[in-house]
Design a protein around this ligand. Structure first.
Ligand code: ZN
Length: 136
């Protein structure tokens, strides 16, 4: 059976200062609730703002060899990825494999907020980085 994207879970934005954005974004958005998280495996610190049904995930690199560092060095601050929620991530990854879609993560890994995540390779998505996530 085909598993559909359920909703936009969050938009990931690469940023060079979480401190600055954590002051600025609440002023612009009126949203004060923020969850901060250090994801050492991915060498990023995350500030997650809940925005209705979705979230805005600001990602700051904690090391020069973080993929987010490379992104910012090339393009500056900006939208890094869009994350869609799916019901069954393993199943979705199997489907995509069968469609010959290249995956960065062939099996789910742990993302912010303890959810299961996997990235699709931008080579298979016209250069757009897509994250899939399943809440557990
Ligand atoms: Zn994300």
């Amino acid at each position: 059976m085909e598993t559909k994207f359920l909703k936009i879970d969050h938009i990931g934005i690469a940023i060079n200062s979480l401190e600055e954005v954590s002051k600025l974004f609440p002023i612009i958005s009126g949203i004060k609730d923020v969850e901060m998280e250090d994801i050492s495996e991915q060498k990023v610190k995350v500030a997650m703002f809940k925005c209705g049904e979705s979230k805005i995930e600001f990602l700051m690199p904690t090391s020069e060899d973080s993929p987010i560092s490379k992104f910012i060095n090339k393009k500056g601050n900006g939208i890094h990825h869009i994350a869609f929620e799916v019901e069954n991530l393993e199943e979705k990854l199997k489907e995509l494999k069968n469609l010959d879609i290249k995956l960065i993560d062939k099996t789910p890994r742990k993302g912010a907020g303890g959810k299961k995540i996997a990235f699709i390779h931008p080579h298979s998505t016209m250069g757009i980085l897509i994250e899939l996530c399943e809440h557990i």
